[in-house]
Design a protein around this ligand. Structure first.
Ligand SMILES: Cc1cc2nc3c(=O)[nH]c(=O)nc-3n(C[C@H](O)[C@H](O)[C@H](O)COP(=O)(O)O)c2cc1C
Length: 351
């Protein structure tokens, strides 16, 4: 890392404390199904994420003892404080699942009231609960009463443009005893389209005293600074932008704590982190599942690199770890032959 550039002189000085330790200028890894498994969380933690969130877990499956759901709850000590997220529509099932999560030694229990996908909302879970706020409050209260660990929740600003209810709902949620709200600043019917409306952060923050985390459309370190400096958020949460680019956590940390823009990762770091992540995926998901699970990450790690699509197409078809590592190292040599100083200046928009 060289040639650090000063951004401006504004100081960002936020703090949350959920588990007994202050977290300064919190930067959180968003829960993402199919992405935020244990290996990816370890990589993000190393890069500077303060709290990492699991993929969502169905409360009903957890209380039925479904192995896949229990596997999603596994974590390592280095991830602490670790947040596990559950979803569901039944207060009893949610509070029983919450107890299971607590007994597993998890630090923070997060409730999913924001998921927009059909398979969740058709069961009146996730963001569908924004249509039945009383039910959402009932579930939240049941869960808070059932466990001693801090309970947090993640939601959206409303169901659709005509029901942006979060500023009136948030104080009622706070009254149940939850310790933090993460707000994806879109309505449910937007899905992932349009722009996140960060103006809702201040509208909600004016009415609650628990920490409010801004989520939605943070793509760069500059966005992260903007989120802290233009809203009253207590922290930020990043999802899509770190998939295949966990280095963003380090860039964000430097930008918000030290007001500097750091260099992008060089070729060696991109390839080394890809290999490290792949090895972790095999270690924790076993072989060959870990290898298959990892395939979705090649495109992120190689994005923008010269001839990336050619290598990516080969990598996703390969089944032997040694051969994959050999090919990644061959690709590294190829890239370095173009870029003697290892500065990753060669970008290929067609990749
Ligand atoms: C692949 C994918 C999976 C997701 N899974 C979850 C999930 O399990 N629970 C949840 O609360 N949100 C989930 N989300 C939403 C993200 O946590 C986040 O709110 C959203 O991506 C907006 O943040 P971003 O603009 O930083 O990506 C998911 C998003 C993506 C792209």
């Amino acid at each position: 890392m060289q040639n650090n550039n000063i951004i401006d002189k504004n100081i960002i000085n936020k703090k949350i404390n959920l588990t007994g330790n202050d977290i300064l200028n919190p930067v959180l890894l968003a829960p993402m199904e199919g992405i935020t498994d244990l290996p990816f969380r370890i990589i993000c933690k190393k890069m500077g994420a303060d709290i990492v969130f699991s993929e969502f877990i169905a409360s009903e499956a957890l209380i039925r003892d479904a192995k896949k759901s229990f596997d999603k709850m596994k974590f390592t000590e280095e991830e602490r404080p670790i947040a596990v997220q559950i979803f569901g529509n039944n207060p009893y099932a949610m509070s029983e699942a919450a107890k299971i999560v607590e007994n597993a030694g998890v630090d923070i229990l997060d409730l999913n009231f924001g998921c927009w996908v059909r398979k969740v909302v058709q069961h009146l879970s996730g963001a569908a609960l924004l249509k039945t706020p009383k039910k959402m409050i009932e579930i939240t209260k049941a869960v808070v009463d059932a466990v001693k660990i801090p309970v947090t929740l993640k939601t959206r600003i409303g169901w659709n443009p005509d029901s942006k209810i979060i500023d009136t709902l948030a104080p009622e949620l706070e009254a149940t005893g939850i310790k933090m709200i993460s707000l994806h600043c879109r309505t449910r019917d937007m899905g992932m389209s349009g722009n996140a409306d960060w103006s809702y952060i201040d509208k909600v923050k004016d009415k609650i005293s628990i920490p409010l985390i801004l989520n939605g459309d943070i793509k760069t370190a500059i966005d992260a600074r903007k989120a802290f400096l233009t809203t009253n958020c207590d922290g930020i949460m990043i999802g899509r932008a770190v998939v295949g680019y966990p280095f963003l956590f380090r860039e964000v940390r430097q930008a918000i704590d030290n007001n500097i823009i750091t260099e992008k990762p060089n070729i060696d770091e991109r390839i080394d982190t890809c290999i490290e992540h792949l090895k972790l995926s095999i270690e924790y998901n076993d072989f060959p599942k870990g290898l298959y699970e990892f395939r979705k990450h090649y495109s992120g790690y190689l994005k923008g690199l010269h001839n990336a699509s050619i290598y990516r197409q080969k990598l996703v078809l390969m089944n032997e770890l040694n051969e994959i590592i050999d090919l990644l190292n061959t690709y590294r040599d190829f890239l370095l032959s173009y870029d003697n100083e290892n500065q990753l200046q060669i970008l290929d928009n067609n990749s």
